[in-house]
Design a binder for this molecule. Structure first.
Ligand code: ATP
Length: 263
């Protein structure tokens, strides 16, 4: 069977400059490169089957959001191949919402961008608003929303457009318990419908109940990919060690093999 998501040797590099002059020199002096390359992701490869629910784990800064954004097509990879079959929707706090527009306007804008007709938008809008439970706040600008409310709006839009691939980046952790449960039920529905999902969360409990597979990222590289319990057992043992590291040791740990000098 065709795999809906194939990620092959994907790296994402960011240029980091120590001083202002370095950035300027890099811009102005041809043929020479200044600053350091930092690998947010390095040679990441994995595949997901139709109906897989894959959890992404890793300590802060290990590359989970970068990978989610690349799968969703929000940012491009620097090198490597990304194959995503079907429409992917990313749910992340603060992503894709225009703060100046109201909740309703955001819904309309997002649906227009996805190519829905005016008639389809009218039909979907009511379902989205009802699912979001935002009530009268739907006509207030998003900048007046709490992070939980923004997350509800983002989640409601994304699940109601019925995507083939759903990527949920920490979005459930800011909502309240009742909404999180409702969202998990919706995700269960998607799971039964055979959709592929990616789930970023620091809650290993949620991951255990929901994901069959887990991808563990460490300093931007794949440390382990496999069956949930197998990976989480190892990851939890690692976390015990990590917790006992000093700040300096953690920084050193996160930065190892991620920099490339230029110039
Ligand atoms: N635009 C950017 N410019 C420079 N570095 C970046 C940029 N975006 C991300 N990074 C770096 O890439 C690394 C991976 O970041 P990412 O947000 O993917 O990690 P994460 O695993 O999602 O972390 P968290 O658990 O804290 O959300 C981090 O070191 C981060 O500082």
């Amino acid at each position: 069977m065709e795999k809906p998501v194939k990620i092959k040797n994907v790296s994402k590099k960011y240029k980091l400059y120590g001083r202002k002059m370095e950035r300027l020199k890099d811009l102005l002096i041809p043929g020479k490169s200044y600053g350091k390359d930092f690998f947010a992701l390095k040679n990441v490869s994995f595949e997901a089957d139709k109906g897989d629910i894959v959890g992404f784990v890793g300590v802060n800064g290990s590359g989970k959001s970068t990978l989610s954004n690349i799968i969703a097509g929000v940012i491009p990879q620097t090198t490597g191949e990304v194959e995503v079959k079907g429409q992917a929707a990313l749910i992340a706090v603060n992503i894709g919402l225009d703060r100046k527009l109201t909740g309703r306007e955001n819904i309309e804008l997002k649906l227009l961008m996805l190519g829905f007709s005016k008639k389809e938008i009218n039909e979907l809008e009511d379902d989205i608003i009802e699912f979001s439970e935002l009530g009268q706040f739907i006509d207030q600008p998003v900048k007046s929303y709490s992070s939980g409310m923004k997350s509800r709006l983002g989640f409601s839009i994304s699940v109601n457009v019925d995507p083939d691939i759903l990527i949920i980046d920490e979005a459930l952790s800011v909502g309240d318990k009742a909404f999180a449960e409702k969202s998990l039920a919706k995700m269960q529905e998607f799971k039964e419908a055979g959709k592929t999902m990616f789930f970023v969360s620091h809650s290993l409990g949620q991951m255990k109940t929901f994901c069959e597979k887990v991808l563990w990222l460490e300093f931007g590289e794949v440390r382990m990919y496999g069956e949930t319990n197998e990976v989480l057992n190892e990851y939890e043992a690692f976390l015990e060690n990590y917790k006992n590291m000093s700040k300096k040791q953690r920084k050193k740990f996160m930065e190892q093999s991620r920099f490339e000098e230029n110039g």
